[in-house]
Design a protein around this ligand. Structure first.
Ligand SMILES: [Zn+2]
Length: 220
C-alpha cells in the first residue's frame, strides 16, 4: 500500500507562545461536565436526519452509548495537561530524553472522525526531569479533544518549553486520518507526519539529526 508522507515542520513560531492557557485558548469550558442527555438527543436527531428510525431495536441504546463514548474521547477538555508536568524532579542529567511510539487516538475537529497514530517526544532537560509516563499523560490529555494534528504537535512542544523550561524539545507525530481514508479523497495507508522542533533542536542541526535518527532508527 502506498505510503504518502507529508511533512510539515514548524520552525517559525516563537518559543514563548501559548500553553498555560491551553484550555482557554481552545475555548473549552474547563471542568464543565459532559451533558450526556444532550448528546443523546443530538444523536437521535442525526439518526432521524439520515433517514433511520432511532426507535428500532438495534438503535435504541445507540444514543446513550455514543454519549458515553464522546465523554471518553473528549475527556481531555476537562483536563489540564500542564498539571502532569508539574510533578518533575530535579536532576543534573542534561542529555536527550526520548520517548518513542506513544500511541494515541484523537478526533479530527473538522469531521469528528478519529485519527490515530504515535507521538515521539524528545527533550533536553534544563534541571527539571519528568517521569516518562507523564509525557504519555500529556499526549493523552492533548489528544482527547477535538484536534488537528498540527496544533497538537505544537501544543505538546510548548507545554514542555513552558513547564520544564527545557533546552530543546522535538515532537514528531505520525497519524492516519479516517477523514482521509474513508471519505473524501479516500487514500488508505497515507500517513501524515508533523514535527515541532524548538530550542536547540531548532538552532542546532546535529541535535536535530540526532533526535531524528533516534526516532526513526532503522526505519529510515
Ligand atoms: Zn478531518
Amino acid at each position: 500500500m502506498a505510503k504518502n508522507t507529508s511533512q510539515a515542520t514548524e520552525r517559525t513560531s516563537d518559543i514563548g507562545s501559548i500553553s498555560g492557557e491551553l484550555s482557554d485558548s481552545n475555548g473549552a469550558p474547563k471542568g464543565a461536565p459532559v451533558d450526556l442527555p444532550r448528546i443523546e438527543r443530538a444523536v437521535r436527531e442525526i439518526l432521524a436526519a439520515v433517514g433511520e428510525n432511532p426507535d428500532r431495536e438495534g438503535l435504541r441504546e445507540t444514543p446513550a452509548r455514543v454519549a458515553r463514548m464522546y465523554a471518553e474521547l473528549f475527556s481531555g477538555l476537562h483536563d489540564q495537561p500542564q498539571l502532569h508536568l508539574r510533578k518533575f524532579f530535579t536532576e543534573k542529567y542534561d542529555e536527550m530524553v526520548l520517548v518513542r511510539d506513544i500511541s494515541f487516538n484523537s478526533m479530527c475537529e473538522h469531521h469528528l472522525l478519529p485519527f490515530t497514530g504515535v507521538a515521539h517526544i524528545g527533550y533536553v532537560p534544563n534541571g527539571k526531569v519528568v517521569g516518562l509516563s507523564k509525557l504519555a499523560r500529556v499526549v493523552e490529555s492533548v489528544s482527547h479533544r477535538p484536534q488537528v494534528q498540527e496544533r497538537m504537535t505544537e501544543e505538546i512542544a510548548n507545554l514542555l518549553i513552558h513547564e520544564l523550561d527545557v533546552k530543546g524539545v522535538a515532537v514528531v507525530i505520525e497519524a492516519t486520518h479516517s477523514c482521509m481514508t474513508i471519505r473524501g479523497v479516500r487514500k488508505p495507508g497515507s500517513i501524515c507526519v508533523t514535527s515541532a522542533m524548538k530550542g536547540l533542536f531548532r538552532s542546532n542541526l546535529s541535535s536535530r539529526s540526532e533526535v531524528m535518527t533516534l526516532i526513526y532508527g532503522d526505519r529510515r
